[in-house]
Design a protein around this ligand. Structure first.
Ligand code: BGC
Ligand code: ZN
Length: 364
C-alpha cells in the first residue's frame, strides 16, 4: 500500500510502498483510511523541523488526523464492527510504571516524555491506505458525520481546552451561577484550530470574538460570521484596543503559535481570566514583551495561564457530539473548513504547499 513518508536524514518527502498492516492481537482493529487531514505539524515535519521516525526506521509515515472505515476486527473487539467509521487518537502511552497519566489512559499528560504520537513522534501515522491499532485508541463516529469527521482530531484541541477551562473556573466563587453569554471570549487566529475553537465557544454560549490578521472578506472570516462569532482585525486593532473595545476579557483561546501577539493579548486579559495556549512555536531568538505588566496582572487579577496538548478519549467523544451539533447549527460553515481535497498521489505537494483552511487527503 502507498504511504507518505518523511526521511529525516536524507531530507526527502515521498510516497513509499509498504506492506499492509495485519491484525496482531485480539483487541486490534484494521481500518481502511478514508481521509487524512494536513496540519501545520505535518508541514513542520515535512520541512524537517519536528517529528521523529520510529526506532530503526529511516522514515516516518506522517498523518495524525484521520477518518477510517473498519474492515476487520480481532476476536475480542467490542463496539466496533466492519463498515463502522472511526477516528484515531494520536498519542500512545510511555512504557514506564511510574507514569500515572499513561497508566490511567491519559498519555496526553505523560510525565516522562517517552510517549509516542502516531504520525509525529516515534510511530507511523495515517497518510496511508490501511492502519491497524488497538480498539482503545479508536473512537466510533456516526455515519452522518462522514464528510466532516476528519476534523475531529483538530477539534479535540478545543475539546481538551474546554475540559481544562471547566476545571480552572471551579476556583471561582459562584462559578455555577455564571452565564457564559455575559462573558467575552477571544480566539486568536482563524485557522482550523481557531475556527473549531470558536465553534466550541459559540456552542457553549460565550460572546465570542475572533482576532485575526486576515482580511474581512476572507473565507475564514465568512466562517466566523456564519457561526455567530465576531471578527476583529488584528491588523487594524492592536491588542491594546481589544480590552477597550470589548471590556473585560474572561477567556482567551490562542490558536496562532505566534508569540508576540499572543503575549500582547495576555497583557489585556481581564479579572479572573483564563488564557489557553494551543500553539507550538518554533524556538527562535528571545522577543520583547511587557513582562512586568503581565506578571502584575496575573497576580492582581487572579489570572490563569494554561497550555494544553493533545487530548484524551473523553475529548474525542465530546468532539463527536459537538461536531454533530455544529452540523445541525451551521453545516455550511463546518463544510467550509475543508478547502481542498486531493488524492494520496497529490499528498506530497499538498503537505509542502500552504494556503486554504484545511486540506484533506482522500484515500478511499
Ligand atoms: C497534534 C497533537 C500533537 C501535537 C504535538 C498537533 O498537531 O494535533 O496531537 O500532540 O501536534 O506533537
Ligand atoms: Zn495536527
Amino acid at each position: 500500500m502507498k504511504a507518505l513518508a518523511v526521511f529525516t536524514s536524507s531530507r526527502e518527502v515521498r510516497l513509499i510502498d509498504q506492506p499492509d498492516p495485519v491484525i496482531g492481537g485480539p483487541t486490534e482493529v484494521k481500518l481502511r483510511i478514508l481521509e487524512a487531514g494536513i496540519c501545520g505539524t505535518d508541514r513542520e515535519i515535512a520541512s524537517f523541523q519536528y517529528g521523529m521516525p520510529p526506532v530503526n526506521s529511516p522514515h516516518l509515515v506522517i498523518g495524525h488526523e484521520a477518518l477510517g472505515e473498519v474492515v476487520d476486527v480481532g476476536s475480542d473487539v467490542t463496539g466496533l464492527a466492519p463498515s463502522d467509521l472511526a477516528v484515531l487518537m494520536v498519542r500512545r502511552p510511555c512504557p514506564h510504571d511510574r507514569c500515572v497519566p499513561c497508566r490511567t489512559g491519559r498519555p496526553d499528560f505523560c510525565n516522562t516524555g517517552d510517549f509516542t504520537e502516531r504520525g509525529i513522534k516515534g510511530a507511523h501515522g495515517f497518510m496511508t491506505e490501511f492502519v491497524v491499532d488497538d480498539q482503545r485508541y479508536l473512537v466510533k463516529v456516526p455515519k452522518e458525520l462522514r464528510e466532516v469527521a476528519v476534523l475531529l482530531e483538530p477539534l479535540t484541541v478545543a475539546e481538551k481546552a474546554g475540559e481544562q477551562i471547566r476545571i480552572l473556573v471551579q476556583r471561582l466563587p459562584g462559578h455555577l451561577r455564571v452565564d457564559p453569554s455575559n462573558l467575552r471570549a477571544v480566539v486568536l487566529g482563524a485557522g482550523p484550530i481557531g475556527l473549531l475553537g470558536a465553534m466550541k465557544l459559540v456552542g457553549a454560549n460565550f460572546e465570542t470574538y475572533v482576532y485575526y490578521r486576515g482580511k474581512a472578506d476572507s473565507p475564514n472570516v465568512s466562517i466566523v460570521s456564519a457561526i455567530g462569532a465576531r471578527f476583529i482585525s488584528s491588523v487594524e486593532h492592536p491588542p491594546e484596543d481589544l480590552a477597550k473595545m470589548l471590556g473585560e476579557i474572561s477567556l482567551v483561546y490562542e490558536a496562532t503559535g505566534v508569540v508576540k501577539i499572543s503575549f500582547d493579548v495576555l497583557s489585556v486579559l481581564g479579572v479572573n481570566g483564563v488564557y489557553i495556549f494551543t500553539g507550538v512555536p518554533g524556538v527562535k531568538a528571545p522577543i520583547e514583551m511587557d513582562a512586568e505588566r503581565i506578571m502584575r496582572n496575573l497576580v492582581l487579577k487572579n489570572q490563569v495561564l494554561c497550555g494544553t496538548v493533545n487530548a484524551g478519549r473523553e475529548s474525542f467523544e465530546e468532539g463527536v457530539r459537538d461536531l454533530g451539533s455544529f452540523m445541525q447549527r451551521f453545516p455550511a460553515a463546518v463544510r467550509a473548513l475543508i478547502t481542498a481535497r486531493m488524492t494520496l498521489d497529490g499528498a506530497r505537494d499538498a503537505v509542502l504547499a500552504k494556503g486554504g483552511i484545511k486540506s484533506v487527503i482522500t484515500v478511499a
